[in-house]
Design a protein around this ligand. Structure first.
Ligand code: FAD
Length: 463
């Protein structure tokens, strides 16, 4: 039966209706615009139907339905992909945001978590037991896309990336099977989902290793932007020599009161007294305009920036890995940041450090392992009429930073930037990822993502 936009509602309901626990929302129906909305307000796509899956069975039935009708599909976890990959025009959109079951095993320090959870919901469940694992730094983000692409957050120095803490996952594949991926089962799939994004199927359950995390010594130091050359040079030397327990980020932009500012945010995950000692030189090297570093519950740190990233603002990002903060790169930043067209945008250097940086580049699909920064120009604004100048400024700064950036990029920061940038995101692991893709999704049915084309040119040997 052919399915077009007009007839979608009937066909989906006829074939899936009573088989689903979740609801179906089609064009023209109440709630359709809410159901298709994603974090980045630049994305305005019209799926054929949104299937709000409530369980694994809904997911498998939806995959089978889309396959039967040869329909493109997209998968939405937390909906925060900046490229808007959770939603596609004329696609069957599998919305997993209702799948929020989470079960902590405090004895084993593990958790099973469904893909609709946000970071805040996940942390809420695990912190009840004094446990946590690395996720990201804005708590409304979804755990699913974040983990599948890597997952760089405040615990990365001590405990690695989110994907490094994955023990297993249930994956519904293109042919409607449900596979367990772990170090013992479907090892190549397990390797691929730790950095290869949603290319191989729909993850319906993640199992993570947790760690004892209580209060952390965390907060920010801010300084006038004019001092950025001195601050960033000190920062680069200091954090590279810091112990694994310390993870940090630096950012340039405007303070809430409109002052051009450079700031450093830190999280020391270890004994508070040790942290005080470690951070002393950073807090003392120059007097900050503000110092908010103090012992805080881990969830307070995780939730702190949420208000700065409301759902639905217009976003345009450019990013790349940065190994060193050089004088020339700081000069470039000093030239551009004061001209930033939106006061709520920012330029960030999120540190990859310690354990996350020492994992072998081929041990998981996440290839970019080094002591380095995820350099991100995060432009956001509210009015569509401001889009052109914000995009122009972002591109110009990114261009000017090219001599200092690696060619590679973090896949979870990518917009719709073309195949060369997708290759750069998967780096030297691309060929092996293509082989895993050929094994689990040979017809490339899961392509609403930073797509890996299936290829059997190399064998996907597992290390
Ligand atoms: C404000 C903000 C802050 C961020 N901060 C960080 C950070 O600190 N650290 C970091 O590492 N990243 C960060 N990110 C990037 C983030 O990792 C990505 O946006 C990620 O895609 C979010 O996952 P999601 O589930 O919300 O996204 P979605 O848009 O729902 O999904 C992203 C991709 O994953 C696929 N996908 C989602 N769920 C599944 C599933 N269950 N099975 C298979 N495929 C699936 C989707 O199809 C899509 O291709 C941030 C993003 C934003 C917007």
């Amino acid at each position: 039966m052919a399915v077009d936009a007009g007839g979608a509602a009937n066909v989906v309901r006829q074939e899936l209706g009573s088989d689903l626990r979740g609801e179906v929302v089609c064009p023209g129906e109440a709630g359709y615009d809410t159901a298709r909305a994603v974090f980045n307000g630049m994305i305005d796509r019209n799926p054929l139907a949104v299937i709000r899956s409530m369980d694994t069975s809904d997911v498998i039935r939806s995959i089978t339905f889309a396959r039967r009708h040869d329909l493109p599909r997209s998968v939405r976890g937390g909906g925060h992909s900046i490229a808007g990959n959770g939603v596609g025009d004329r696609a069957v959109m599998l919305d997993l945001s209702g799948m929020k079951s989470v079960r902590v095993d405090p004895e084993k320090s593990t958790v099973r978590a469904e893909p609709g959870l946000t970071l805040a919901e996940f942390d809420h469940a695990t912190q009840a037991f004094g446990l946590a694992t690395t996720l990201g730094v804005v708590s409304m983000t979804g755990i699913a896309g974040l983990t599948l692409g890597g997952g760089l957050g405040w615990l990365n120095g001590r405990y690695g990336l989110a994907c490094d803490n994955l023990i297993s996952a249930d994956v519904a594949t293109a042919d409607g099977q449900l596979l367990r991926a772990s170090a013992q089962e479907n090892e190549d799939l397990f390797w691929g989902i730790r950095g290869g994004g949603g290319n191989f199927g729909v993850v319906t359950s993640f199992e993570y290793q947790l760690h004892p995390v209580d209060r952390v010594l965390a907060g920010g130091l801010s300084y006038p932007l004019s001092t950025a050359p001195e601050v960033l040079r000190f920062y680069d030397d200091f954090v590279k020599a810091a112990p694994d327990e310390l993870s940090t980020a630096a950012s340039l932009g405007f303070s809430p009161t409109g002052e051009p500012t450079v700031s450093i945010t830190v999280c020391y995950c270890g004994p508070i007294d040790d942290g005080e000692q470690v951070l002393r030189p950073l807090r003392a090297f120059r007097s900050p305009a503000d110092d908010t570093i103090q012992p805080v519950p881990y969830t307070d740190l995780q939730n702190a920036p949420d208000d700065a990233y409301p759902f639905g603002r217009l976003h345009y990002w450019k990013s790349g890995w940065l190994r060193d903060v050089t004088d020339r790169s700081i000069e470039t930043l000093m030239q551009f940041v004061p001209q930033m067209p939106s006061s709520v945008s920012g330029v960030g250097l999120q540190q990859m450090h310690g354990v996350a940086s020492r994992v072998a580049p081929t041990a998981t699909a996440f290839a970019h392992r080094a002591e380095q920064y995820d350099f991100l120009i995060l432009s956001q604004w509210s009015e569509p009429t401001d889009s052109d100048r914000n995009i122009r400024w972002t591109r110009a700064l990114f261009e000017a930073m090219q001599p200092y950036l690696e060619e590679s990029v973090y896949v979870n920061n990518l917009g719709d930037e073309g195949p060369a940038r997708v290759h750069a995101a998967y780096g030297d692991n691309y060929a092996r990822l293509a082989a895993v893709k050929a094994a689990y999704d040979p017809d490339n049915l899961f392509r609403a993502n930073h797509n890996i084309e299936p290829s059997t040119d190399i064998a996907s040997g597992i290390e």
